[in-house]
Design a protein around this ligand. Structure first.
Ligand code: Y12
Ligand code: CO
Length: 174
């Protein structure tokens, strides 16, 4: 299954993702294709909408101390629901759909989510640190929200200017 990353300002990133009802082979095929794409593009999180599938599924693989992303660290999170959120933390986020742009974003520090795995089994996950940040970033994608939407007006203007310039350069360099 050939997947490509949908990039801002593509309108498809703004759709609301639909609940997954069938935990079938086509879901597994999509998840199995998302993982190598995320790893090969230096990603640590990827939502299905970013590869053109607006379903409530996301994958995460938080690098360990050595900066490795072993397969056992892979998390496949489907139909997530946040049941607890507390504290506050700031981190310089990036997104595979908004290349070469990083900004400090405020998130909850501690969260608890309920979700389903690729077979439909219900799980609960308590997270803090980078994992909590990544889960919140990816769950925003399921609502059509991008991290740049959280920027102040001034910083958003700065981003739009820089991003247009970068896209022009990329087009000229192709
Ligand atoms: C050139 C370029 O696009 O740089 C990148 C930007 C973002 C990313 C990956 C971002 C990513 O995985 N975000 C997942 C959500 C998340 C954000 C902040 C903290 C945790 C989780 C990878 C990039 O590729 C390279 C080569 O560095
Ligand atoms: Co993202």
């Amino acid at each position: 299954m050939k997947l490509t990353i949908v990039e801002y300002p593509d309108k498809r990133l703004r759709e609301k993702s639909c609940e997954v009802k069938e935990f079938d082979d086509s879901l597994h095929e999509l998840l199995d294709a998302m993982n190598p794409l995320m790893i090969s593009t230096n990603g640590i999180g990827l939502a299905a909408i970013q590869v053109g599938h607006p379903i409530r599924a996301l994958i995460l693989n938080i690098p360990d101390e050595e900066g490795e992303q072993p397969p056992e660290n892979l998390l496949e999170i489907i139909n997530p629901v946040m049941t607890h959120k507390s504290g506050e933390t700031t981190y310089q986020e990036g997104c595979l759909s908004v290349p070469q742009f990083y900004e400090d974003i405020k998130r909850y520090e501690n969260i608890i989510i309920n979700y389903q795995d690729r077979y439909g089994n219900t799980k609960t996950l308590e997270a803090d640190g980078l994992l909590a940040i990544a889960i919140q970033h990816e769950m925003d994608h399921l609502e059509g929200i991008l991290f740049i939407d959280k920027l102040s007006y001034a910083r958003r203007k700065k981003f739009e200017k820089e991003y247009k310039k970068m896209q022009k350069e990329r087009k000229n360099s192709k």
